[in-house]
Write a protein that binds this ligand. Structure first.
Ligand code: BG6
Length: 489
């Protein structure tokens, strides 16, 4: 573990992400003994707050977001001893000079600057940090998504940050990579010899990746309305999942070894451009309906019924990865808000047996094997296999699909499910970028999604409506069914 003193500054330290996710994660790391004594935390934001008021704010938020059973007042007091606040306006060089004096770092101190602000401020914050003499060879910068709205705008942000920080000091967050089950994809694939020989076009029929949410836009309408489901979920989280599923085995768990393989997958995604969007993608937007037994407003009504919008809250895509391993294997991606229930999973359907010796028995149609990796809410890995139904049968043998089930919650008794940011903070402190997104990955992902966005603009502007509480527009079912597949729910 790092021996230098490390100060983590959270820009946007009084904002929603900081108080809902980042500070609770740091608190958990602290109480579990993972935050070394040499680490301290500073919240920085434009608001003038006296130090006590900031501590009170964080206290209230942590008590709200952390389950009572995991919040301890004595631990909090001691954690709060590591927490300070400083007013810093991202656009004010003078504030950064005062900030440097406030931090008064010595040569042996490392600084981590976590940008939990609008992406528009990333460049200015980096420049001002540099001008204030706060950037050394050890200083790391952490960037939240979204980084850009397109390849072009993401390049501008990345260029601005790259003027100040070398790539190895830049930590681009995709919080999905901090999830236990997402890392478990790597463990499952590369710590077992069982699956790898089957992991290719000869044995896999198709792959589905679904991230279904019951929530709407949760007060983030103006951000979301400029983004939509494709930019908000597909460009980052879903393509990262796809890359982990489809990548070649890296030589080791070194940051570049892993990321070199992921970027190759992203670059092999078959472009969906121009008219292709009509046959390969479905855009949807929810109307009012019922989710979890509650009536919820439609997307355009969330702003008091005044808004009009062509932003998609649902997207389904059929894509291909053009390389030797995956030639001819469709990858289906689906994500949406206000769907019937919340879950994320990767579903891998293997090919049918080449010939069934049971076909004359009737009544027991052979199902292809399936591997289902459930990422959330519960964590599990399920392998669906054909089995003989026990007992006698006049025709001789009766078959049924039965799951071989590995419940990770039961296999590993854990006191608490960790927040994705805990893992990521630990790696930031330990200076390990393996679970962070490299610039070329982000750009390959934007390049592919830009093709879809342009196609939508030119060939199918308006999203199809779906009632909240349903699985998206009917066209989404047609997308799989016309290729003989069915969404797994
Ligand atoms: C965020 C998106 O990146 O991920 C949100 O901006 C989405 O719109 C969230 O709700 C989903 O994350 P999780 O961890 O709840 O699956």
């Amino acid at each position: 573990m790092n021996k230098k003193h490390c100060t983590i500054v959270i820009f946007g330290g009084n904002g929603d992400l900081a108080t809902r996710m980042l500070l609770p994660s740091l608190y958990h790391l602290y109480t579990d003994g993972y935050l070394p004594d040499c680490v301290s935390i500073v919240g920085a934001a434009r608001q003038q707050l006296d130090p006590g008021a900031y501590i009170d704010l964080v206290h209230t938020k942590l008590k709200h977001y952390i389950h009572d059973e995991h919040f301890d007042e004595d631990q909090w007091k001691s954690f709060a001893g590591r927490l300070r606040y400083c007013k810093v306006d991202a656009n004010e060089p003078e504030d950064f000079k005062a900030f440097a004096a406030f931090l008064s770092l010595s040569e042996n101190d490392e600084l981590v600057c976590y940008l939990s602000t609008s992406q528009k401020l990333y460049g200015a914050i980096c420049r001002n940090l540099k001008q204030a003499g706060l950037v050394t060879a050890d200083t790391r910068v952490v960037m939240e998504k979204p980084i850009g709205q397109s390849l072009e705008s993401s390049k501008i942000i990345n260029d601005n940050v790259a003027e100040i920080f070398p790539e190895q000091n830049i930590f681009r967050i995709d919080h999905y990579l901090g999830k236990e089950t997402v890392q478990n994809i790597l463990a499952m694939r590369f710590a077992n010899s069982l699956f790898e020989p089957l992991w290719n076009t000869a044995d896999i029929d198709h792959v589905q990746i679904t991230t279904s949410e019951t929530v709407g836009v949760e007060g983030r309408w103006s951000y979301y309305n400029d983004s939509g489901a494709l930019r908000d979920m597909v460009q980052n989280h879903m393509l990262q999942l796809l890359a982990l599923i489809a990548m070649e085995p890296p030589s080791d768990f070194d940051p570049d070894a892993v990321r070199n393989e992921k970027v190759k997958v992203l670059r092999s995604l078959r472009p969906i451009i121009d008219k292709d969007v009509q046959g390969h993608t479905v855009r949807g937007q929810y109307t009012s309906g019922s989710v979890d037994g509650k009536i919820v407003p439609g997307y355009c009504e969330e702003q008091g019924g005044v808004a009009e919008s062509t932003t998609e809250t649902f997207v389904a895509i059929r894509t291909n990865i053009d390389n030797w391993r995956w030639a001819g294997v469709p990858f289906y991606l689906r994500t949406g808000k206000r769907l019937p229930y919340r879950y994320s999973e990767v579903y891998i359907q293997f090919r049918h047996v080449p010939h069934s010796i049971f076909s004359k028995l009737g009544g027991s149609e052979l199902q292809p094997n399936k591997l289902i990796i459930r990422l959330q809410p519960e964590e599990s890995i399920k392998l669906l296999l054909m089995n003989k139904v026990p007992g006698l049968n006049q025709k001789g043998i009766k078959l049924k699909e039965v799951p071989l089930n590995l419940s990770l919650t039961e296999a590993f008794k854990k006191p608490r499910r960790r927040m994705a940011y805990e893992r990521l903070f630990l790696d930031i402190i330990g200076n390990n970028t393996t679970l962070f997104v490299r610039r070329d990955e982000i750009e390959a992902a934007w390049s592919w999604t830009d093709g879809i966005i342009d196609g939508w603009q030119n060939y199918m502007e308006v999203p199809k409506s779906y009632q909240a509480g349903t699985w998206g527009p009917s066209a989404s079912f047609a997308l799989t069914e016309r290729h003989g597949h069915t969404w797994h729910e």
